[in-house]
Design a protein around this ligand. Structure first.
Ligand code: 5GP
Length: 172
């Protein structure tokens, strides 16, 4: 990869998709006080925009899972690096992801949550790369299907670079 970012999804299109997803979540979770769990670090900007659009009572927390490190391929080995301090038992959980690639991270984390006996678990992801899935993944709220390219921007990094870009870009 040369490292030059090219725009794939504009900031305007991101905001329109978030409006749509937030409307769906509001419709499904009114009076349920859902707990949104963002997977760090890539989801932090998405989460900030999403909760302001949902604009109803909810709770937010974040979790850090082991990720690619400085490489670009999933190892498939996932670890929970920070524990959740919030009670998950009996709660309606929405997992907030930046990218579903192989699906291994999400599958591992949903399994981890289900052991804690939540009332429900759903998945919200800004982007999905269906051509890369290694296992079936059910995404309940999805922003964009993206091609098999390495993406950065809008909170998503390449070795800690490019998180600040306002659009979703790809690197060649
Ligand atoms: P999965 O377990 O689904 O393969 O990996 C999901 C995680 O891999 C994402 O949350 C993200 O951290 C990383 N990832 C997958 N594809 C990309 C990509 O195109 N760009 C970046 N920056 N990270 C990616």
């Amino acid at each position: 990869m040369s490292g030059t970012p090219h725009i794939l999804i504009t900031r305007q299109d991101i905001q329109a998709a978030i409006d749509r997803m937030a409307g769906e979540i509001r419709r499904d979770y009114t009076d349920k006080n859902p707990l949104l769990i963002g997977i760090l670090k890539g989801s932090f900007i998405f989460m900030a925009d999403l909760v302001r659009r949902i604009a109803m009572p909810l709770e937010v927390t974040f979790i850090r899972l082991s990720s690619y490190g400085s490489g670009t391929e999933s190892s498939g080995k996932i670890k929970v690096l920070t524990r959740l301090s919030e009670e998950v038992k009996g709660r309606h959980i929405i997992v907030v992801e930046d990218i579903i690639d192989t699906g291994l991270t999400t599958a591992y984390f949903v399994d981890y949550l289900n052991k804690k006996k939540p009332a429900s678990v759903r998945l919200c992801s800004l982007t999905d790369k269906p051509s890369r899935h290694k296992i079936p993944v059910k995404i309940d709220y999805l922003g964009f299907t993206v091609p098999d390219k390495f993406i950065v921007g809008y909170g998503i990094d390449w070795d800690e670079k490019y998180r600040y870009l306002p659009d979703i870009c790809y690197i060649e």
